[in-house]
Design a protein around this ligand. Structure first.
Ligand code: ATP
Length: 229
């Protein structure tokens, strides 16, 4: 049974429709890559999933429950942890304060996050605003983990980062996958890295799902057609 299931999702920003039929399934413990060119609806799909934008049509189920019309705080409380595009943290708060403010009971606490990202422990008393882009991204992921989610959603977690930092983020995602069995939905542009970490892919084109399948079946023809520039 699907842990997260989106069926026929449509959504709009005012009069401008952005999603025209998104279908997506993710099983427990699975890593799914949500792909598509710029502006094809990946972030909008995530917003609708997290209750930040209402679905105009379709249905979203999480862990067997209909969450289509739940507000975002209720979706979060059900165990959906979001690392939003743009790595938002509380700038005036320290690293530790940012993490503790997000905490909910479970195995992910300050020490566990510090093991995944030792850099955050080194910087624990530093204000978030003074961190590098990569460190802010680690903090954003750490904050989502502190909520002890059952599903982690990462929107462009490596965008705009230096290659060495990107590798650290991908290594952390690999660790999460291997050691925790956390279900992960990941949006990123790097096909090579996604191929390493994801079990399956869902591709969007103009706001609709056009391809879904296992990562191994993602052939050149498909990537050229839907992901090529
Ligand atoms: P990117 O990789 O560029 O982030 P994406 O696949 O995540 O792209 P979305 O950001 O979901 O795409 O955008 C889907 C469509 O919705 C686009 O046509 C975009 O212009 C439009 N859109 C996104 N955000 C808004 C907004 N706040 N108001 C109006 N239209 C929006």
């Amino acid at each position: 049974m699907a842990f997260l299931k989106l069926s026929g999702i449509e959504a709009a920003y005012g009069a401008s429709q952005a999603l025209f039929g998104v279908d997506l399934e993710l099983a427990e413990g699975e890593v799914v890559a949500l792909m598509g060119r710029n502006g094809m609806g990946k972030t909008t799909t995530i917003r609708v999933t997290c209750g930040m934008l209402p679905a105009r049509a379709g249905r979203i189920e999480f862990d067997g429950q209909d969450i289509t019309r739940l507000p975002s705080h209720r979706v979060a409380r059900m165990g959906v942890g979001l690392v939003p595009e743009g790595r938002r943290c509380f700038a005036p708060l320290t690293v530790e304060e940012n993490l503790v403010a997000a905490a909910r009971p479970g195995p992910w606490d300050f020490d566990a996050v510090s093991r995944l990202f030792p850099r955050l422990k080194e910087r624990r008393d530093q204000r978030a605003v003074s961190l590098s882009g990569g460190e802010q991204q680690m903090l954003a992921i750490g904050r989502a983990l502190m909520t002890n989610p059952r599903l982690l959603i990462l929107d462009e977690a490596t965008e705009g980062l230096a290659p060495v930092v990107r590798r650290e983020i991908w290594a952390a995602i690999g660790t999460l996958r291997a050691e925790t069995g956390l279900a992960i939905l990941v949006v990123d542009k790097s096909l090579r890295e996604l191929a390493r970490v994801a079990d399956r892919a869902v591709i969007l084109e103009r706001g609709a799902t056009v391809w879904a399948g296992s990562m191994g079946k993602l052939e050149r023809g498909v990537t050229d057609r839907y992901l090529g520039v």
